[in-house]
Design a protein around this ligand. Structure first.
Ligand SMILES: [Mn+2]
Length: 451
């Protein structure tokens, strides 16, 4: 973006999001009020969730708060809950155990806390004392104590009505996501530098975390750090401690957190100025064209289909496959090399909710036939935040399945073999649908860092 509406290029620190939170809080309260009324509930109990213990052990998995709770509370602690009744001040029921093994959570005094009445409990079971008898409650999450009296668990109609509206982000949420992209860009730079100076996958991962002072468990999802052929595994999960003798390419799919929101960014690098670097540049250029299509009113499935035409053109330009763009799409050649969706909604959850929803009353908007992995089929609206992530990979099992089929006859197998050691390319940005033009949070973030 370079027009006059460009937001401050370097996002403010988290404390500066304070000014946007009051309006966000009001919007969430309005959405809850409308959704509860539409589905016949008088109020909602929204637990943060608790610490899950390992089987027959005395310590826990990392705390991953309930996203419904996090929509309200930027800095959650375990075993808390929001109790919301339309027209009343929401109550934050705050669990502060008497516990000398752990540092007890401090009563929230941050900028967001003054929007709540805070009620301290010493045991999770005391939550029920803060839920009035009589009203019809919905229980949106897993209580840590007894669920009795806390309402109907996870009512589908209410969840559908609430989730539908999470696609369009409030200015506060956009601020969080803008900052998450900025932090992600900083960390990506650190990981790339580590790759270029001899680090292993594991060390590049640690460089990523260190650059933004994040613990692994705070990241929005597990980092995908893939050297060479590992890049052909879409969700490659190992972090090899030893750098391989040959690491001709580096695919990193990793995001940074900001108050519960996360970025989801992928870059691919070639070690040399070789043909794979040109392939990366071609996918990068296609990604920019696709990201520019993120506008209100656009059917997201059309961007996905446009991505297949982009991939077809690249396959043809690089003589990886032969045939017209239409033929390469129609015969399924592009699906061999680009076997996932073009992206998804992004927010409190990396694959954010209601991507396939037909409306606030539920139902599903079907995927285009033959595209089973597309996670978003809605028409974009102002302030929707999505990823755009075209890829082009050399995936052995998909290539083997194509050999001998109509798609296989279009593929130049010698060219495929030449590219296999590089694994694949994916380029992924986080983009806001805006009437005046797509706002690319990720490109803006890298640009703010210079380059
Ligand atoms: Mn993604």
């Amino acid at each position: 973006m370079s027009n006059a509406e460009t937001p401050t290029r370097i996002p403010p620190p988290e404390s500066a999001l304070e000014g946007l939170y009051a309006a966000h809080f009001a919007t969430v309260a309005d959405r809850y009020t409308a959704a509860l009324a539409a589905t016949g509930f008088d109020g909602a109990v929204i637990p943060a969730g608790g610490l899950r213990m390992l089987f027959r052990d005395d310590h826990s998995y990392p705390f991953k708060p309930n996203p419904q709770f996090r929509l309200w509370v930027p800095e959650p602690a375990p075993d808390c809950a929001v109790v919301f009744e339309p027209g009343k001040r929401p109550v934050l029921v705050f669990h502060q155990a008497v516990d000398y093994w752990h540092a007890p959570p401090e009563l929230p005094s941050a900028w967001w806390a003054r929007h709540f009445d805070v009620a301290v409990i010493r045991e999770p079971a005391e939550l029920t004392q803060h839920v009035r008898k009589g009203p019809r409650w919905a229980l949106l999450g897993e209580p840590c104590g007894p669920a009795e009296g806390l309402g109907e668990p996870d009512p589908a109609a209410l969840i559908a009505a609430l989730d539908w509206h999470r696609a369009a982000k409030t200015p506060y949420e956009l601020g969080c996501l803008r900052r998450a992209s900025f932090l992600g860009a900083i960390a990506h730079r650190a990981a790339e530098s580590a790759y270029r100076t001899g680090a292993s996958e594991y060390d590049a991962h640690i460089a990523f975390c260190h650059a933004i002072k994040s613990r692994e468990e705070e990241l929005p999802y597990n980092n995908i750090i893939a050297y060479g052929r590992h890049g052909a595994v879409l969700h490659y999960q190992h972090l090899d401690r030893v750098r391989p003798a040959s690491a001709p390419s580096f695919l990193i799919d990793a995001g940074a957190p900001c108050l519960g929101y996360g970025s989801d960014i992928t870059r691919t690098w070639s070690a040399a100025q070789d043909e794979f670097a040109q392939l990366v540049a071609a996918v990068d250029a296609a990604e920019r064209r696709l990201a520019a299509q993120v506008l209100p009113g656009v059917d997201y499935a059309d961007i996905h289909l446009a991505a297949h035409r982009e991939i077809a053109a690249i396959l043809s330009d690089f003589r990886i496959a032969s045939g017209s763009v239409e033929a390469l799409v129609e015969t399924g050649v592009t699906r061999v090399f680009f076997p996932h969706g073009i992206g998804h909604l992004l927010g409190l959850q990396v694959h954010d909710v209601a991507g396939l929803a037909a409306g606030p009353a539920g139902g599903e908007r079907p995927r285009p036939p033959g595209h089973p992995y597309l996670r978003l089929t809605r028409r974009l609206e102002e302030s929707f935040v999505v990823t755009i992530e075209p890829g082009l990979y050399f995936i052995d099992p998909l290539l083997e399945a194509a050999r001998g089929t109509a798609a296989g006859t279009a593929i130049d197998w010698a060219r495929v073999d030449a590219f296999r050691p590089f694994g694949g390319v994916r380029i992924e940005d986080n983009v806001v649908a805006r009437q005046g033009g797509a706002e690319n949070l990720t490109r803006d973030a890298f640009a703010a860092l210079g380059g």
